[in-house]
Design a protein around this ligand. Structure first.
Ligand SMILES: Cc1cc2nc3c(=O)[nH]c(=O)nc-3n(C[C@H](O)[C@H](O)[C@H](O)COP(=O)(O)O)c2cc1C
Length: 117
């Protein structure tokens, strides 16, 4: 029995869905925080749509993720593989178990403080 809902056609077919919001000019940013839930041992396909839609070359990327018992699973590797080679992806990934998200503010703040210092 599958631990999570059966993957959608988007996942099964590798489809990158249209995003409901777009960023006007990503070139204004050096650092991008990319957050997602773990879906099907990876990230939702919309993350790949975001990567398609924005030139993230030379950006610093910080990932944050909520998840079930699967943890980060393959998400970091899958996102890294989809990003340009010149993108710098921090291995300091914030991740939190789904039941702990409501109480994660302090940990999240500490993570941000370490990054911003
Ligand atoms: C379609 C779907 C697939 C999921 N797949 C996984 C998974 O493979 N591994 C895992 O640990 N959690 C999985 N989850 C649990 C989500 O990671 C969890 O519900 C989410 O992090 C909670 O954040 P949210 O309330 O913002 O959605 C899945 C949830 C959904 C809805």
């Amino acid at each position: 029995m599958a631990a999570f809902p059966v993957p959608t056609k988007k996942k099964a077919n590798g489809m990158h869905p249209a995003l409901s919001e777009i960023i006007n000019d990503i070139s204004e940013y050096d650092t991008v925080f990319l957050g997602y839930p773990n879906w099907w041992y990876s990230c939702p396909m919309a993350i790949f749509s975001f990567i398609d839609a924005n030139d993230l070359s030379d950006k610093n990327i910080y990932l944050f993720c909520s998840h079930g018992t699967g943890g980060l699973a393959g998400s970091v590797q899958d996102i890294t593989a989809a990003l340009p080679e010149s993108t710098v992806i921090s291995d300091n990934v914030f991740h939190v178990f789904q039941d702990d998200t409501a109480n994660a503010k302090e940990d999240l703040q500490e993570w941000l403080n370490n990054i911003i210092q």
